[in-house]
Design a protein around this ligand. Sequence first.
Ligand code: ADP
Length: 539
Amino acid sequence: MPSKKHLLSSSQIVDIFSTSKNATAIFTGEDIIIEFANNAILAFWGKDKRIIGLPLEEGVPELRGQPFKRMLQQVLKTGITDAGVISAETMIGGILQTRYYDYEYKALNNSLGQTYGILCTASDVTEGVLGKQAAKLASERETALIREQALNEQLAVSNEELIATNDELKAMHTNLQRLNNELDERVKSRTRSLEESEARFRSMAESSGILIALADETRNFVYLTRAWIQLTGHTTEKLLGFGWIDMLHPDDQQHALSSYMSAFKRHEPFTAEFRILNHKNDYCWLLAKGFPRVIQDDTIVGYIISCMDITELKEAEQRKDDFISIASHELKTPLTSLKASLQILDKMKDGFDSKQLVHLIGQANKSMDKITGLVNDLLNTSRTREGFLPLNKTTFIVADMLNTCCNHVRAEGKYNLVFEGDTTLQVYADEARIEQVVVNFVNNAIKYAPDSKDIFLKVEKLENVAKISVKDTGPGIAEDKIPRLFERYYRADYSGMRYSGLGLGLYISSEIIKRHGGEIGVDTEIGKGSMFWFTLPLE
Ligand code: ADP
């Protein structure tokens, strides 16, 4: 077998590779010793041949901290070729620059397959990479620009929408503000009208003079009209809460309180009558009417209670009761004596004694007159109450009527009826009714002033009226009783029953005079006597 003849020496081959445009280097060993580096790779590194034989990172210190040594060691260790594009920081013209290289680290194996070195080839693809990068960047920029434009457009649309929304919001805000102001105004005016209504209610309640009390849901009084203070003479503080109970009559406290409490429990109206101590320390009667104050859902928020002073009513009731007992008593007396006379007459009817008979008939007649008088009074009262008091008017001389009336008194001879005044004065009136008034005055003078022997009957002509009076010199009448003398059933000393009577005479008299358009009255002084008078209009 002919021996091969090498045409090129090793150094020639090395020289050839040295001038190759492809950057080439050979590395060996763990430290990556630069066995060979051609001019092209030395130019990449910015070094010269002096670095050959040195470990890579010693020869080219700029590569420290870059991955090359580790990559080369990996190829050496695994025997697997590594290739790709990589960037490297290399010193070019004294300036550290980033360059891109298309590289191959090819493992150099011996016949046993062991890796003894690495053949490194690399070409500078910086321009290409940068170009691509620039193109990519440009395209990215363009895409970004397009996206930005689209975004801008969207933003512009959104901005317009926002402006529109903002305008809407502004309008809504203005609207809301207006509504708010309106609401505010409405609340204010409602509060104002509520305040006005409350003030109106209070001034109405106060000016009415009615006793009004307002209780809250705890049953405590929270408001009272001034009338309460005037009635009781106590401060509002004392009366509020349950302070009013102490002022009630002990006999009425329990009833009043339980009426109030049980009505409150059932949310029902109530009425109660009770006596309360007034500022004069006298008990007066009150009629209380309470109504629950309930709101929409049936919740009770308190009570409104109004009270009426019914003292006079109670007194009138009392007088009426007294009147009934007096009337029965009054009727019983003449009836008993009439019955007695009739019984005696009955017994005597066979062998009668004419003297006794005359006396008994006289007594029976007296009793009958009394009963007739009482019944007439009762009848006249009911007639006047019904407004039915017919007048039969004629013209007559008052003095004549006075001289003939009261013959029963003259006949008895116990009293002097002294006539005074105008003997010719004429009036146009119901003579019988006017006589009834005079007789009543005279009878009263005899009844209430029995010691007054002289009774003065007087006729006077005043400006346009005739004044007729009956005067006695009896005990007179207390001033505080005068205003009530002409009331129905009123008797100045009715409780004592000292004198018989129904308390109707003066009432009927005043009704008769009123029907004639005249006036009636009394001038009296305690211890000096009374002058009852009336006037009749002159035509
Ligand atoms: P009656 O005589 O039935 O009581 P009257 O109406 O006639 O009813 O009188 C009312 C009251 O007026 C009497 O109860 C009496 O107290 C008082 N009165 C009337 N006349 C006189 C008088 N002349 N003097 C004193 N009191 C009198």
